[in-house]
Design a protein around this ligand. Structure first.
Ligand code: ADE
Ligand code: ZN
Length: 350
């Protein structure tokens, strides 16, 4: 039988089939999405030193969260000019779009750029978002991430700067960087102020920190979404609470190979698998794709093949990302209607 006569399923491999699945990316860091070649070029142009390495592809070589964050901070310092920010934003959104993302809510780390004025950063980021919308039709929104390691006082000043540069495209506030010993509770006040200002809230927690940080993020920070959250599995009562609340966990499978002890994605006890099996709302995201040698579509493939998500689980995760996106309900209804045929066709092919 010739290739043309074969069915869709036989011709397309799993990665290609999943590419056509409409996706919403809710956990992606701008500075973690810089391709190593781009980092090399921009560091050279701006005369900024990168960690010593022979070739760009050797730059992203680490095995722990803190070693990863050191490289993340180093490459962030090489992004300086308006057009640098435009370029990395455009390249990030192109990567997401190539993976089937139609909407992206991404974190930025403006404090990581060694004093580059926030206004200049936002100018470049917004230009990149606009170009990506024109060229790929992908919509996007910004979530400034607060570096917990800098403490709540600097967090207040950071929020002031964010609000001064705010537009309709800034929808939320996140909390990231190294967790232990930086629990969520000291950030209660600054997060409450952000909420009052109309921002949605999320926090990285339960990745390197204990289940109590997941609890603190829910109960004290009153977040709308939890980023990672894996160590929730250590607290059965909290698992039940999170399930009853229906709070979304933005999970990132490949990240767990680098930043957590859960390095075997095929393990029946991998926390993302346990969270899904316990009925928590989990979504599939890419976090820092080139830095963790992945992309959003590959993360869906890992969910299906390694974490044993059924096609129906995959569909539920996609629909949950629509429901938990920080956009108006009318837009969510529109996506659900307009994407339904593509979603069902791909799910049926898995
Ligand atoms: N910033 C970028 N990726 C991160 C992660 N996985 N954990 C904490 N902070 C981050
Ligand atoms: Zn993250």
């Amino acid at each position: 039988m010739g290739r043309i006569a074969k069915g869709y399923n036989e011709i397309m491999n799993m990665y290609q089939r999943l590419q056509a699945l409409p996706k919403v990316e809710l956990h992606l860091h701008l500075e973690g999405a810089i391709y190593p070649e781009t980092a090399f070029e921009l560091a050279h142009k701006n005369d900024v030193a990168l960690p010593p390495c022979k070739a760009p592809e050797d730059l992203y070589d680490y095995e722990t969260l803190d070693a990863f964050l050191a490289v993340y901070s180093a490459i962030s310092r090489s992004i300086v000019e308006v057009d640098d920010f435009r370029r990395i934003t455009y390249e990030m959104l192109k990567g997401a779009s190539d993976s089937g993302a139609r909407h992206v809510e991404f974190f930025i780390s403006p404090h990581a750029h060694d004093g580059v004025p926030f206004a200049r950063q936002f100018q470049g980021i917004r230009a990149g978002m606009k170009d990506a919308l024109t060229d790929f039709g992908v919509t996007s929104l910004i979530i400034p991430g607060m570096n917990r390691e800098l403490g709540p006082e600097r967090g207040e000043a950071y929020l002031d700067e964010i609000l001064a540069n705010r537009g309709d495209d800034v929808v939320g506030l996140g909390l990231d960087y190294y967790e232990a010993p930086y629990p969520p509770e000291p950030f209660a006040q600054v997060f409450a102020r952000a909420r009052k200002e109309g921002l949605k809230l999320s926090a990285h927690c339960g990745e390197a920190g204990p289940a109590s940080y997941v609890r603190g993020s829910i109960e004290t920070l009153k977040v709308d979404r939890l980023d990672h959250g894996y160590n929730v599995v250590d607290d059965p009562e909290l698992m039940k609470q999170a399930r009853d609340l229906g709070i979304m966990f933005t999970c990132c499978p490949s990240t767990t190979k680098y930043t957590t002890p859960h390095r075997d994605l095929t393990s029946p006890t991998h926390p993302i698998r346990r969270m899904k099996e316990a009925g928590l709302v989990v979504s599939i995201n890419s976090d820092d794709p080139p830095m963790f040698k992945t992309d959003l579509n590959a993360e869906y493939q890992i969910a299906l093949e390694d974490l044993k998500f059924s096609p129906e689980d995959i569909k539920a995760s996609v629909l949950a990302t629509i429901d938990h996106a920080w956009v108006d309900d009318a837009i969510k209804r529109q996506w659900r209607t307009e994407w339904a045929e593509d979603i069902d066709r791909v799910i049926a092919s898995l």
